[in-house]
Design a protein around this ligand. Sequence first.
Ligand code: ADP
Ligand code: MG
Length: 405
Amino acid sequence: MKLDTIHMRYLNADDWRVLQAVENGSRSHEVVPTKLIGQIANLKTGMGSANRAISDLAKLNLISKLRNAKYDGYRLTYNGFDYLALKTFAQKKTLVELGTTIGVGKESDIYAGKDGQGNERVLKIHRLGRVSFRTVKNKRDYLRNKEAQSWMHLSKLAAEKEYEFMTILYENGFEIPRPLDYSRHCVVMELVEGFPMRQLREHFQYKKLYSQLMQFMVKLANHGLIHCDYNEYNIMIREDGSYDSATEPGFLVIDFPQCISINHVDAEFYFKRDVECIRRFFKRRFGYSPKDDSMMLDTDGYGDGFRYAYPVFSRDVQRIGDLDMQVKASGYRSEKKTELEDALGSMRRDYDDTEEDDEKEEEEEEEEYGSELEFSESESDTDSVNEKIVQALVEGEELETDKFG
Ligand code: ADP
Ligand code: MG
């Protein structure tokens, strides 16, 4: 799904009002009746203008016309949903410019951007449901029959969750990029100066890095949370000089919507899987695979020269905080299943399927590495970042902004 902001600057205040009326109407109607859109928008210029705006928005594919058994009406499209979120950011000046794609995740798109002061930002747009269209083997019942509308709803819940996790982790001093804003299915955060660990080929202190990554997991778990997708794609290695190496480790962790509580019934399983992901990476990349030998030095920590080779849930995790309860992470109490939990649970489990592909991936990796480097070089070219966009669009009236919770 491409983010196409080209028409954004041409929308007038009436268009925005009507677009938002369709969004508001969708809370009570799957297909929002044309008349209701007009009523909610309540344009000073009357119903005629509303109809004109509706037809313009439909031409731009920001809303789409649908007929149900009883009446004609409209639905917000993903495109329209994107526009509303971007407009909200632009008004708050948390994101006023959008640049190039810097990552396409399994269920998200990531863009570079800038805020009102020219600071570099990252926009993460959640796109749940996309996987179902890309890989046949991941098709599950709930995926098959989902309408775009409920995917938008779930994407919004995922963005909210991620923003919530990030906020509390950042406030508690965890090594993650600073979250700055969210609206609908989008999160704005600090840009990490660095690159995903997957691109790391050499590191002068890789054993120390290993140890710090394991420590991060244990610290997170001691505060009640397990990442559940802790691997070389979601660990950003920071550029030298972009942080204080005397006091901070050289990485930041990203990608949080699937986090769970250490009280989750499968907590131990996911913790172990996270540990194994890091171990597999260090073994493959650096031939580094410390063996568990608790007879060694009596120093806390993990890896060579420490007491333990790697953390073990039942031995090492001791609750000292309750961030999981504060953010109501999945499993923090006897589980009340929600639709979001179904979707996220499925994202978590999906990961299993990829492990069998590991060897194949290993083989393909070298090839891919070349293109990855090219990619990161071209993307760091700041001229291209300014390509276009959401330039403080705003003649219109204030949009109602999304509230948390
Ligand atoms: P997904 O859930 O789709 O995996 P991620 O949050 O992991 O999405 O982001 C996907 C990719 O985008 C990352 O691997 C990284 O390359 C890039 N990325 C994400 N957030 C940032 C950030 N704050 N700064 C720099 N790059 C980022
Ligand atoms: Mg990721």
